[in-house]
Design a protein around this ligand. Structure first.
Ligand SMILES: [Zn+2]
Length: 190
């Protein structure tokens, strides 16, 4: 029999935490809960969950600081994290990207069904590649123009050279998807 997946839900808002805990329990996950980043860090280190679903703003330790701390310890460094944002600020999305969060959802705009899909997607075989852009390649200049970015493919925020992040989904899925991102500050082309 397949082992049940263990997920850690971190949120200081009790009704929100309960809502997601129940959602994951109904989907047959084993759920652990933590009321803030500090407790999340303790429980993640002890239980090594298969995934972490966390809010951002919390007392004692926020979600970003928790993720940074998890990345510093080998046993917890590769646990996939999904961030649940209340306000959906662009700077938070960028920070989540830089910290290597697997997904970023905006609570009020993401249905429970969609949240579950995103969590399950963490366990689907898939790979991510980071590729450099050859600005002299066939359609590079056309692409820059279409996306409204400069033709040297430098980040609009920090001037770092942009790269392509390419994802391959599972085999049943349709091929690959690419995103133009800044490896330094997390800026992404829309
Ligand atoms: Zn940048």
């Amino acid at each position: 029999m397949e082992r049940r997946r263990k997920i850690l839900v971190v949120d200081d808002d009790e009704p929100t935490r309960q809502m997601y805990a129940n959602l994951f329990k109904e989907a047959d996950f084993q759920v652990i809960e933590a009321v803030d980043g500090l407790e999340g860090l303790e429980k993640a280190s002890r239980e090594i969950p298969d995934a972490i679903f966390t809010g951002i703003i919390m007392p004692r330790m926020d979600g970003f600081t928790m993720i940074e701390s998890l990345k510093k310890n080998i046993p917890t460094s590769n646990i996939p994290v999904i961030i649940s944002s209340h306000m959906g600020r662009e700077e938070d999305r960028q920070k989540a990207n830089v910290l290597g969060a697997k997904d970023f959802i905006i609570r009020d705009f993401t249905t429970p069904k969609k949240v579950l899909e995103k969590v399950k997607a963490l366990f689907v075989e898939g790979k991510e590649y980071r590729l450099e852009i050859d600005t002299s390649s066939m359609d590079a200049q056309k692409l820059a123009q279409d996306l409204g970015i400069n033709n040297s493919f430098q980040c609009m925020e920090c001037d770092e050279k942009l790269i392509f992040k390419v994802f391959s989904g599972n085999k049943k899925d349709r091929g690959m998807e690419a995103q133009l991102i800044c490896p330094s500050c997390g800026w992404q082309a829309k």
